[in-house]
Design a protein around this ligand. Structure first.
Ligand code: GLU
Length: 427
């Protein structure tokens, strides 16, 4: 049965709601987002015509603090994807123990086919539609799939112009020097590796140097995952990248290992690798799905949702002992059940990729006090926070004999339910 991401998020929630014996009022409140905005964004295109884009902002739950979550630009964006991602942000902020709720935004558009000026029009138009419903103490956006620091600055500028005051903590993921935090760009990928390191140590009694890895994706999350894996001496056998020109993915494999600096130097800003240069450097080019069936120890899906499904999960090699989810929602519940049955350990997305939002929280804190930390300080705080969140999940999984995803959900749901209860939203 193929599920859309929101049905996936609800199925995961329902499972743990049963395990926790949650009362009906908590289920009714937490199964669906509390607020949703759907709007049109008219943009004057470079050829003089007006094109109307559809935008969304969904706030799933803000019992623990202002909403937090990125904005995606994607041609196949749907409201259910945004709902799922907003829901996962609630659990992500709670498992990372951040004083923030869960939200997400999106625009149906393909930035690869839009000029800079047109993209700026979408960013400013998005803010004009929700300027009164987002903000430092309401709901704080950030980058996500195909959005970056430049998009955040256009949004910040529009927001501050509308409100007539400076409010840099209203949005995160901004470039350093204009309210951004050092290490924010790298934070999600680095956090994936810190979590993997802790998972290997506690679950398999191994270190990063003992294992080989295949990564899906070569966008922001995957790139800095690979960079940190290189730094810490872990061999990355392959990376699967989407090729914008051919509209399909390819897996670039090299037995001696994939090197971040080298691959990045031949990759364009949307993650498309130069095929000829890759061949010259000794990378073998395989089918886009090949990353999944390689004989490695660890898989890191760090691209989009539903990469590993019930239909393709049998392709995962017998050698794979662990899957660490860098993307949001890369493993469907059906695939997860089959893989858990085989003994594969799955480190869930909202724990593994929480480094991004953790650093976003640090960025907000720095903006609000208008005092910015050194990179070392940010990374030290990030690592400490991720290690503590991961170990709490591993302990819970052991104590309750449940999967890591169920354990992470138990911690998050418990924190959010307590906040809702104290506010009087549920009994
Ligand atoms: N988009 C990122 C995520 O899915 C970061 C969100 C944020 O920094 O608010 O976690």
């Amino acid at each position: 049965m193929s599920q859309n991401p929101f049905q996936m998020a609800q199925a995961q929630f329902d499972r743990v709601a049963d395990l926790l014996n949650l009362p009906q009022d908590a289920r009714d409140l937490l199964r669906v987002p509390m607020r949703e905005y759907h709007f049109s964004i008219p943009v004057r295109m470079d050829d003089g015509s007006i094109k109307v884009f559809r935008g969304f902002r969904v706030l799933h739950n803000d019992s623990r603090g202002p909403g937090k979550g990125g904005i995606r630009f994607h041609p196949e964006e749907t409201i259910d994807t945004v709902r799922a991602l907003a829901t996962w942000m609630t659990w992500k902020c709670a498992v990372a123990n951040l004083p923030l709720g869960g939200a997400k935004g999106g625009v149906i558009c393909d930035p690869r086919k839009l000029s800079e000026r047109e993209q700026e029009g979408i960013c400013r138009g998005w803010i004009r539609q929700v300027a009164r419903n987002v903000g430092n103490v309401q709901d704080v956006p950030a980058p996500d799939v195909m959005t970056n620091g430049q998009h955040m600055v256009w949004m910040l500028d529009e927001y501050e112009t509308i409100h007539g005051h400076k409010e840099p903590g209203f949005i995160t993921g901004k470039p350093v020097g204009i309210g951004g935090s050092k290490a924010r760009t790298e934070a999600t990928g680095y956090g994936v590796v810190y979590t993997l390191r802790e998972a290997l140590r506690t679950q398999l009694n191994k270190t990063l140097k003992d294992v080989t890895v295949a990564v899906q994706g070569f966008g922001n999350v995957a790139q800095y995952t690979v960079q940190m894996l290189n730094t810490l001496g872990c061999t990355v056998k392959a990376v699967s990248c989407f090729d914008s020109a051919d509209k399909c993915a390819y897996t670039y494999k090299r037995e001696s290992g994939v090197l971040f600096d080298e691959l990045k130097s031949i990759t364009d800003k949307f993650g498309t690798v130069d095929k000829e240069k890759a061949a010259e450097l000794g990378y073998e080019r395989l089918d886009g799905n090949a990353w999944m069936s390689l004989p490695v120890d660890v898989l890191i899906p760090a691209a989009l949702d539903r990469a590993i499904t019930e239909d393709n999960c049998d392709k995962v090699s017998e050698t794979v002992k662990m899957i660490v989810e860098g993307a949001n929602g890369p493993t469907t519940p059906g695939a997860e059940a089959k893989l858990l049955e085989r003994g594969v350990i799955i480190v869930p997305d909202f724990l593994a990729n929480s480094g991004g939002v953790t650093c976003s929280y640090f960025e907000q804190v720095q903006c609000n006090m208008n005092y910015f930390w050194e990179r070392e300080e940010v990374l030290e705080k990030l690592e400490k926070s991720m290690v503590s969140a991961a170990n709490a999940v591993f302990d819970m999984a052991k104590e309750r004999s449940v999967s890591l995803r169920d354990a992470a959900y138990m911690i998050s749901i418990d924190r959010v339910v307590k906040a809702c209860r104290m506010r009087g939203w549920i009994r």
